[in-house]
Design a protein around this ligand. Structure first.
Ligand code: UFG
Length: 329
């Protein structure tokens, strides 16, 4: 039972690789290391390569005959996708297309896909159930929507079955402090705040406080990376048991505003965290909160790290470690 984890050296992918190994699977982590890190996965699992390279992909599939694929590899920043839309389509849509070809050619029939709340765009409903029609408002969201459609098309008339997981805002780190988020540059809210506390970043700008929300700042549903990994594990078990293709939201159903997150970061770190209010960031919807009940009810998802304080605390432990690694260089 060898599982291919694309993007396995990235933030969420590396937590998944660690979990699958702990659960006794053989794992190949395929990563082009454009945003992933060699240190994030055991050396013997890592295959450095790119989904754009169809021949290399075919060779890899021939060598391992994967029983399943967990597909994380993608570009994933809303703002960057506004600046470089074609790169997003090439990397996300093109990469998924090549991966699906390899699956079909070499008989891999189970796939877990990293989709995103960005497929919903800026829906009026909150929390958002999966029945809301996708209407993305940025190229990143469009690329994920196209991949979802491609999966649905391919699964008709072939034996491929998939689970698409629409992530809300992945955050936090391994509770034991062994892994965490490390982007260059970092753009995500929680690590950005913690970099200011650790001194790795000079200041924090809040992107807009004139949104139609109670305190004027954007609301997001932050989900602990370990609970997200658990969703993949149960999705895989669902497919292994012969379950049908499905799409699920991954979020807790509880939203926090940017200002609320700042308050939690202040409480966890004891730092005053000064904030500059700047203009809105293009492509940011005001509110994204999941209706996550389908995942709980259908697959029995039981999140363990739902408190925002736990998420920030785990991310802070990791940031302190990263700061130490930077200093010792
Ligand atoms: N924010 C700031 N200042 C910063 C960074 C972020 O004010 O320095 C704000 C953003 O404007 C937004 C909120 O904090 O309102 C969260 O921003 P993030 O960059 O942490 O996350 P996003 O909501 O933009 O996007 C993330 C992932 C996407 C995914 C989306 C789903 O990066 O891939 O969650 O909800 F699609």
């Amino acid at each position: 039972m060898t599982i291919l984890v694309t993007g396995g050296a990235g933030y969420i992918g590396s937590h998944m690789v660690r979990r699958l190994l702990a659960d006794g699977y053989e794992v190949v982590a395929l990563d082009n290391l454009s945003t992933g890190h060699r240190w994030a996965v055991p050396e013997e699992c890592l295959e450095v390569g790119d989904l754009q390279d169809r021949d290399a992909l075919s060779t890899l599939f021939q060598r391992y005959r994967f029983s399943a694929v967990v597909h994380f590899a993608a570009s994933s920043l809303v703002g960057e996708s506004e600046e470089r839309p074609l790169e997003y389509h090439e990397n996300n849509v093109g990469g998924t297309l090549n991966l699906l070809r390899a699956c079909l050619e070499l008989g891999t029939t189970r796939l877990i896909f990293s989709s995103s709340a960005a497929v919903y765009g800026a829906p009026s409903e909150s929390p958002i159930p999966e029945s809301v029609a996708p209407a993305p408002i940025n190229p990143y969201g469009v690329s994920k929507m196209v991949c979802e459609r491609m999966l649905a098309d391919v699964s008709v008339g072939t034996s491929l079955r998939f689970v698409s997981l629409r992530y809300f805002n992945a955050a936090g780190a391994d509770p034991k402090g062994r892994l965490g988020e490390c982007h260059e540059p970092e753009t995500h809210l929680i690590p950005r705040l913690l970099q200011v506390v650790s001194g790795r970043s000079a200041g924090f700008t809040l992107y807009g406080d004139d949104y139609p929300t109670p305190d004027g700042t954007c609301i997001r549903d932050y989900i602990h990376v370990e609970d997200l990994v658990e969703a993949h594990v149960i999705a895989l078990a669902h497919l292994e048991a012969g379950g049908e293709s499905r799409t699920f939201n991954c979020g807790y159903g509880r939203g926090y505003s940017v200002r609320e997150v700042i308050e939690v970061a202040r409480a966890v770190t004891g730092h005053p965290l000064p904030v500059d209010v700047g203009p809105r960031r293009p492509g940011d919807p005001s509110q994204l909160v999941a209706d996550g009940s389908a995942l709980r009810e259908t697959l029995g998802w039981r999140p363990r790290y739902e408190s925002l304080e736990t998420i920030v605390r785990d991310a802070w432990r990791w940031e302190s470690r990263l700061q130490g690694m930077t200093q010792s260089r």
